[in-house]
Write a protein that binds this ligand. Sequence first.
Ligand code: LFR
Length: 479
Amino acid sequence: MTARVHAGGVELREVHRFPNRPVRAGDTLYWDILALYQGVLDGLRKAGPVDSIGIDAWAVDYGLLDPAGRLLGNPVHYRDERTAGVMERVTAEVGAASLYEVSGLQFLPFNTIYQLLADRAALDRAGTLLMIPDLLTYWLTGSAGAETTNASTTGLYDVRAGDWAWPLMRRLGIPEGLFPPLRPPGAPAGLLRPGVMAEIGAASTAGARQDAAGGGPAAGVPVIAVASHDTASAVAAVPAAGPHFAYVSSGTWSLVGVELPAPVLTEQSREANFTNEGGLDGTTRYLRNVTGLWILQECLRAWGETDLPSLLAAAARARPFASLIDPDDPVFLPPGDMPARIAAYCERTGQPSPAGPAETARCVLESLALAYRRALADAVRLSGHDVETVHVVGGGARNALLCQMTADATGLPVRAGPVEAAALGNALVQARARGLVSDIRELVRRSEPIILYEPGDDAASWQAAAGRLAGHRRAAHGR
Ligand code: LFR
């Protein structure tokens, strides 16, 4: 994506889109990191001259470099099974309370901390650990750093000190030397390396720019450490006009929560499995990871179906509340035959299995809306933060059926858009670092269409459905 910031607002342009296809080789599920890096280079080549670059990506995953700075192995996907049982072992050993009071991070089996313990043998051979966006940034610039919003998802970041959690690393035998210096969003992350400039048709990129200070030719294109966790970038671009909002950053995951000035590290917060991830400007993204549209994406993959609009239209006509699932049930985490897992969940909980794709999609979307309702109620209860509206950003903002269900389920007005919130947050942190923007949210409000969904008048049915789902959840997991 390129972004152009001007007096009237910001304009995004998609210059290149490339797939992110994980690869199972042997027993391991990997990211194809070199294909992703190639996609970045192709995008930069197509973009032509730019004033700065920022990389954001998903959280928790990493690459290890050897002491000479070469990638040691292909990064492993967080949905890989290597972490099975590790979180349970660590929490038994260290105590859930001691982990949470340091990192404030929700307990997810794939947090970096557990992946590293599953990958212990490799750690002795490694010189540096870089999170995915930091790794791509390193290949572009040669500068190794750890951007703080993403570092905060590792479980090895001390959320109060704003530093790596050194004592916890020592306690777990994770080598401290692996972790590069932290850098906040907006900090410089180096200039494009000459080799990269050549790779992307450099002369045009650097030569066309004029150095702002001197008016001479630019020395190189700066890369800026944006809020490199995609969710942090997306939340930075939520077009909220005041503090009393919740957000659903809706894509493969649905990240549901509020923005706070400080973390909430109470026992109740830990028990509700809420996370305190780092946001822009020292804010806390207080949220729960709800297993999001992933479930529907995997259904589409299983059905070999690509026509989402028709499926959603059919789902809108299907019978309401026929069957409900807990999207956060661990059975829905790994890739696989999702329709069969949904059917099995329904059977196990004494509900009819959805008859076909439309019924399955309806079940997934209603269940997601109910999970959002629960996460929002928990966020408000645990933080004491008032919420008057829900902003849905990311790809899910396009899903009118889900947005309406979210309004109905939460009883709050939903404001949907922008779809490309992460790209906007990324670009506008760069623009702000360059002094072109002061209020990111105000600029997004001025530039992007937002669709309003008012809650309908069927609050009682949603209330009843929430009660039913709570029963299934308790029966399945005692929670
Ligand atoms: C969303 C996201 C979530 C994170 C998950 C795994 O893309 O970054 O915030 O929990 O992916 O990294």
